[in-house]
Design a binder for this molecule. Structure first.
Ligand SMILES: [Fe+2]
Length: 315
């Protein structure tokens, strides 16, 4: 038999030819289907207690030297089989700690990154040469491709949560990573306010004036604008003590970090209790609601803007 069609007299003959051509017949049954009827994921609802992870970070602070300070973080690995990195399908989140007087070398990479400072006094970020404070309650952005580093002039260890869209970059494969040729890029300016810093007091002032959802799906809520980081939807919402939100389901993958207060998030059949600093994951298409047992504030990171931009978003 040759590659010429006139010699193909059976499907088996045809499959020999299609195999050589690196094409797969669309009509054969596959062990893994291509389509399914509604969103499904291997990622599970999950929660990490900040106090527990922070203890391990303190241990790492004793055991890992300043050369590795930039990578002294603990990645929130979604506990599904075979996963050792991603927190949701598109995001890798971590808690990170920096010790007084440490400085992380300047570098840049394709993935976008956001930080929520949990316990930090005297810490700063340097983005494209501008030094900005990043302290407890602040949200700080490092858009993909920007030179960035950070340091700590305070007296106590500092802790934060960060989220990067690394798994999304792995999927689409535009990864780049580069260390700065001078190791520490010079600081050319200092600023207190920046498009890359959402100050704690500004966030709280905006929340004071923010509306709740008429359908009860969230309390007073604001969006933090990050136009250079369109893969991430960043929100902050408040829940008054005793409030239970109306159950909600969408195909966005969501991460919530507790800025303040305590309560429970129910995602599908999973109940996840939380208090200050904890992180909760609600994967795609999980029906979820929050119940606050004290006045609470939740920072949210989601891929909702990606779902919307691609016209996939449904709720
Ligand atoms: Fe980085």
């Amino acid at each position: 038999m040759t590659l010429w069609s006139e010699t193909v007299s059976s499907l088996d003959d045809l499959y020999v030819v299609t195999d050589r051509l690196d094409v797969t017949p669309g009509w054969v049954n596959r062990s893994t289907p291509i389509f399914w009827d509604s969103p499904r994921t291997a990622f599970v609802p999950a929660r990490w207690h900040y106090d527990e992870v922070r203890r391990s970070l303190d241990d790492a602070g004793r055991l890992i030297d300043v050369e590795l300070a930039e990578r002294r973080n603990l990645v929130l690995r979604n506990p599904h089989t075979g996963n050792d990195f991603a927190t949701t399908r598109g995001f890798a989140c971590a808690y990170q700690m920096i010790l007084p007087q440490e400085v992380a070398p300047t570098h840049r990479h394709s993935p976008h990154a956001v930080r929520l400072m949990i316990d930090a006094v005297g810490t700063y970020s340097v983005v494209d040469g501008e030094r900005i404070p990043m302290e407890s309650g602040d949200v700080v952005l490092t858009p993909g491709g920007s030179w960035h580093g950070h340091g700590h002039d305070g007296h106590e260890p500092a802790y934060w949560f960060d989220a990067l869209d690394i798994p999304l970059v792995h999927l689409l494969e535009p990864m780049r990573y580069e260390e700065h040729p001078d190791r520490f890029a010079p600081i050319v300016s200092r600023a207190d306010t920046s498009p890359y810093r959402f100050r704690s007091e500004d966030i709280q002032a905006r929340l004071d004036a923010a509306p709740s959802a008429p359908d009860g799906t969230h309390g007073p809520k604001i969006w933090l604008d990050a136009p250079e980081m369109p893969s991430m939807g960043l929100t902050v919402e408040r829940l008054a003590s005793g409030t239970t939100t109306t159950p909600h389901r969408s195909n966005a993958n969501r991460v919530f970090v507790v800025m303040d207060g305590s309560g429970t998030t129910t995602a599908g059949d999973t109940e996840l209790t939380w208090s200050r600093g904890d992180t909760v994951v609600v994967p795609t298409w999980s029906t979820y609601h929050h119940a606050a047992t004290s006045d609470a504030t939740l920072f949210g990171v989601s891929d909702e803007p990606v779902m919307r931009a691609l016209n996939y978003y449904r709720e």
